[in-house]
Design a binder for this molecule. Structure first.
Ligand code: HEM
Ligand SMILES: *[C@@H]1O[C@H](CO)[C@@H](O)[C@H](O)[C@H]1NC(C)=O
Ligand SMILES: *[C@@H]1O[C@H](CO)[C@@H](O)[C@H](O)[C@H]1NC(C)=O
Length: 325
């Protein structure tokens, strides 16, 4: 009897660890309360993606910015001049309308059941899948937060920060160097404004030249995309040459001095993070691509579980942009 219970308990603990790091989330949380939840989110993301494939990157980033502030609780979705969404690091976020659309459908199908935080986590997974990346089961059961404050966004990393600071910001969320590099692999899709990296191209060093870590031929290319006095809001791919396909090309670019953001290129300048970039960039394309896919799934499940609210914490918002009255 004793042995049975021991094995039983060990099993429960192991399953919960695998499914969400003991976070209280579980696979199939809505299987009886709203069995179509996953399918509704999927078809909503798909219909937006078919009109505009760049929406995939936007959704993935939105989920990241949700999780790093107050945990993955949909706090990034709240609108208002003092909400997270209005803070500087969040001004370029997009994709809110996709979450709103899915929420509206789900409220008519199963009112008050599916959280905005879960919709966002599932939408981010679908976005990666639609971009030819990996897919995975997203543990669900997140509840929506009742706080969203623009003054709390300093936990988000900036592209100008050193690896030491990035490492510290990820560690504060329970994520190590391996997770950091793997998750930044999300920059395999999506774009950035010239504004966020143009300073690297002109007058970067004390002697007035460009950032020496930029590959010479790539520098010429970036300078023509972002002229010194050109439009700072012009968009450039984060993974030039493969910006809509989720793959290991981003890591090859970083290896070759073709990282666009300073923070991305710095992953090559630090021993701890460089080792991980090297692993993914490697040389046998197909095989290593698979390994990145596998690691990305694991890292995403970890990120998606940061400081989640479950059980009777928080609420199930009626409208994703507003805290319930
Ligand atoms: C050190 C960590 C990171 C830094 C400094 C960083 C910084 C940035 C910056 C500056 C942009 C461009 C924003 C713009 O021009 O409007 C960007 C875009 C993006 N980031 Fe990150 N990021 C980091 C980690 C991550 C992580 C962990 C994810 C997801 C797992 C992610 C996903 C994305 C995506 C998908 C885009 C493209 C968005 C779009 O095209 O709309 N990033 N990031
Ligand atoms: C380059 O930067 C230096 C130091 O920040 C500054 O004094 C100088 O005016 C800049 N030159 C140009 C051409 O922007
Ligand atoms: C710079 O880019 C070229 C061409 O893409 C590549 O062959 C070379 O290895 C890169 N240089 C460095 C230092 O990575």
């Amino acid at each position: 009897m004793g042995a049975f219970w021991l094995v039983f308990i060990v099993n429960i603990v192991m399953v919960s660890l695998v499914q969400g790091q003991g976070s209280g989330l579980q696979n199939g949380f809505y299987s009886s309360s709203c069995p179509k939840a996953g399918a509704v989110v999927r078809s909503t993301v798909e219909s937006h993606f078919n009109k505009d494939p760049t929406i995939a990157a936007a959704l993935l980033r939105l989920h990241f910015h949700d999780c790093f502030v107050q945990g993955c609780d949909g706090s990034v979705l709240i609108s208002g001049s003092s909400a997270e969404r209005s803070a500087l690091p969040n001004l370029g976020l997009r994709g809110f309308e996709v979450i709103d659309d899915a929420k509206a459908l789900l409220e008519s199908l199963c009112p008050g059941v599916v959280s905005c935080a879960d919709i966002l986590a599932v939408a981010a997974r679908d976005a990666v899948d639609l971009s030819d990346g990996p897919s995975w089961a997203v543990p669900t059961g997140r509840r929506d937060g009742r706080v969203s404050s623009s003054s709390q966004t300093s936990s988000l990393p900036s592209p100008l920060e050193s690896i030491a600071v990035q490492r510290q910001k990820f560690a504060a969320k329970g994520l190590n160097d391996h997770d950091l590099v793997t998750l930044v692999g999300a920059h395999s899709i999506g774009q950035t404004d010239c504004l966020f990296f143009r300073y690297r191209l002109y007058n970067f060093t004390t002697t007035g030249s460009a950032d020496p870590t930029i590959n010479q031929s790539f520098l010429t290319q970036l300078q023509s995309l972002c002229p010194r006095n050109g439009d700072g809001s012009k968009k450039v791919g984060l993974d030039i040459g493969s910006e809509t396909k989720f793959d290991v090309s981003f890591f090859k670019n970083v290896r070759d001095g073709k990282g666009v953001l300073e923070s991305d290129q710095r992953l090559w300048g630090d021993d701890g993070t460089r080792r991980v970039v090297e692993n993914y960039a490697g040389n046998v394309r197909g095989l290593l691509g698979l390994r990145f896919d596998y690691e990305f799934r694991k890292a995403m499940i970890k990120m998606s579980s940061i400081e989640v609210k479950t059980g009777s914490d928080g609420e199930i918002r009626k409208t994703c942009s507003k805290i319930n009255k």
